[in-house]
Design a binder for this molecule. Sequence first.
Ligand SMILES: Cc1cc2nc3c(=O)[nH]c(=O)nc-3n(C[C@H](O)[C@H](O)[C@H](O)COP(=O)(O)OP(=O)(O)OC[C@H]3O[C@@H](n4cnc5c(N)ncnc54)[C@H](O)[C@@H]3O)c2cc1C
Ligand code: SF4
Length: 588
Amino acid sequence: MAQRLPGVDVLLVGFGWTGAIMAQELTAAGHDVLAIERGSWRETSTDFAPSFIQDELRYRYHGHLFEQTAQETLTFRNTPDQTALPMRRLGSFLPGTGVGGSILHWNGQAFRFLPYDFEIRRQTAARYGEAMIPPDMTLQDWGVTYDELEPHYTRWEELCGISGQTGNLKGQKQAGGNPFEGPRSKPYPTPPMKQTYGPMLFGEAAASLKLHPFPCPSGNMSQAYTNPLGVSMAPCTYCGFCEKFGCGNYSKASAQTTILPVLMQRKNFTLRTECEVTRINLDGSGAHATGVTYVDAHGNEFEQPAELVIVCAYILHNVHLLMASGIGTRYDPATGQGTLGKNYCYQLTPSVDVFFDDKLLNPFVGAGALGMIVDDWNGDNFDHAGLGFIHGGYIGGYMTTGRPIETELLPEGTPKWGAKWKQAFVKNYLTSMSLSLMGSVMPNKANYLDLDPTYRDVYGRPLMRMTYDFKQNELKLQDFAMGKMVDIANAMKPREIKKSPRGPHYDIAPYQSTHNTGGAIMGVNRRESVVNRYLQHWDVPNLFVVGASAFPHNSGYNPTGTVSALALWAATAIRDQYLKHPGPLVQS
Ligand SMILES: Cc1cc2nc3c(=O)[nH]c(=O)nc-3n(C[C@H](O)[C@H](O)[C@H](O)COP(=O)(O)OP(=O)(O)OC[C@H]3O[C@@H](n4cnc5c(N)ncnc54)[C@H](O)[C@@H]3O)c2cc1C
Ligand code: SF4
């Protein structure tokens, strides 16, 4: 029997990145906020000290900061006619657990989406005709525009001190930045990172092909920075133990380095760690959340009443919690009815490796977002007529890491082990790099999340089941982009190159990106979406669901800029509208 606790005003489920944003915004406005986080407290000085954080085996391979499948897992299959099996070890994506969540060990590649993304269906049909959108592509507009989100993108960049080269300031193109980006109201708060040899070669090759290279917008600081909350960060040292590691140098934007030093001082904020929310509770009407049920580290069960519940538990757990709580109608691919679980998307990440004889790139001098980018084939930045696919992706020439176990760029035909493997490793380690695509993924009616009929978790709840595969749009985009990457690679004048495409079927085992999206998508009406344009649940107005679960498709960029802008946009609506007049913010 759960012990019932005194009620709270605002309850956050999960205290990762969006949880920290929500807590900051609502406590600053004077509201009492309780956050419940299933992982432990994490502190830069003690948990990520530079004296031990570079333990690649512990952090990268034993996943010290990542979610463990003993705690939560999911089942997976490529297509609805297969039987899904439980993941005993996560590989393709590695969500975090603990205070700060996944952004603790992100790269820091800090992009905005294009204006096109938010009106993708309308703009695609207007330019190419409705026939360009295949019947099985469940494409829809987001219900919010780039112009509405722009001030929130700017606030996010200022909070995190993002380092970058502005490409479009209030409609005026700026030299050296991304000419395709949406207009921004302010420049980046800090200048771009200094590029090392590999990304410079990529940029020169791209420019020689008349493309538009620009430095990756970066959450790794190019210089010391103090954010509007008064929290200071230090310049990045290019240590290379960045993606999948915490930063002990206070140089990577995260909850710990941007928000927590201020938030944890506030008397109207309470945090309960090592407590896992197992259910969102509704009253008898089914249209009002009464709070949540959670289990602490000793197995004790509590019922925590709340006036307002905001779920910030990462896309996969957002969707699973809604399903496990029986909130909303689960999507059925056979009928197309229901919305919960619909439009699950991922990212498409083929690459081309380049090998030199005469260029020492020193790959261990790296940072998570150190690289040059070309955006010429992203979104609708180019004419898609006759190509057979929509959207695209950016191509990056990154130098993120030369970590000794993970970094293994070897030419075609190299044996997997033995003396020849060793020779090839030694020959190529210092003189190779990779070009990669951050490819968009369009929603498909056969890609979705639901509950597994067979496997259950430790609380007796069905595991979430993921059904996902690359579709024609992704495979045609990959063929196209691979040609472009090969052109850039050859313009770098290497000794040889190696192509590494994905597919034809999605493989959930190798790491690709922690860029899962969809499942509790936003939209303009309850027939097509789970949450409205303010991330408020259509059926339960005192429930908001925040994170990439709201994305109706996945763009050709990393997601966290848009995750953050949406969280700030939703927080503003909660603060200025909902808490003053509780009820639906949009009528449908
Ligand atoms: C290795 C890696 C590299 C990445 N690199 C980039 C990048 O370069 N650029 C980019 O844009 N994005 C990147 N990302 C993605 C980025 O980290 C996420 O977009 C971002 O952290 C999402 O924020 P969130 O609040 O939705 O989830 P999180 O930050 O993961 O927070 C969710 C929190 O909820 C908690 N939680 C979950 N379930 C429960 C429950 N039932 N009860 C209580 N608590 C719960 C979790 O423990 C976690 O702390 C990367 C991610 C990883 C893992
Ligand atoms: S590369 Fe820079 S931001 Fe990344 S962990 Fe090292 S010092 Fe921190």
